[in-house]
Design a protein around this ligand. Sequence first.
Ligand code: SF4
Ligand code: SF4
Length: 260
Amino acid sequence: MATNKKALLIDITKCIGCQACAGACKEAHGVTGDPEPKLSETALTVVQDKNGKFVRKQCLHCEQPACGSACLVGAITKTAAGPVVYDKSKCVGCRYCMIACPHSVPRYEWSKLAPYMKKCDMCYDKRVSKGQPTACAEACPVGATIFGDRDEMLREARRRILDDPKYVPHIYGEREYGGASMLFLSDVEFEKLGFMIPPTEAPLPEVSKAALDEAPMVVLVGGTMLAGLYWITNRRREVLLAEAQKKTLKFPVGDEEERS
Ligand code: SF4
Ligand code: SF4
């Protein structure tokens, strides 16, 4: 069945490691500084050299995101267009999303006094929701990252695999963990490039639901209470910070904007 979901197709055989995608991502998210080797609160997509192959790492925008299913307050949701987005106004800072993500993607703003979670948003607000491609796809000079309808990206990936025997006959992200909006092609087995190969194609929320059904109620209630307590503590800290700033104490530039 055809859908209007968008996706990125990242062809590792075409990537030249120029870092244009990582740079464009920083610019699109208002971050200065050089591309970084690892994901961080200021690097939402990175390009890593894996024995001469350049591999992009960022949120995969899972069809049924484990991060969203772990979030007790609904701060992370999958949009109908494909991107998995984060609403910081709902976040209580429990960091369950970081533990739940099988790809270790979400990062936390440890450097901030009032931290939030950071991950690739697939340029949803600024570009994709307005019909534009992601900044990384637009910046790629060799077409190693392309953007379009997920169905079309899958057709294109299959066409490349059929046309050229160099490709591993596997589209990573088509089915893993229930599928994703980031699709990869490679001429090297994905596990050799550090990709997680799940033991089942079932979406992680289904796997974790089965486990949660077995969990004692006290654990679930305890977790919810902890998140609530954290929210209260966090809000109190934000209020104290705001009051302190009013009294002209110095805090890192931009924090007030971050919290608004
Ligand atoms: S890759 Fe991780 S952070 Fe991204 S949607 Fe999937 S579970 Fe969430
Ligand atoms: S811009 Fe394209 S070629 Fe350059 S590192 Fe990113 S994906 Fe690879």
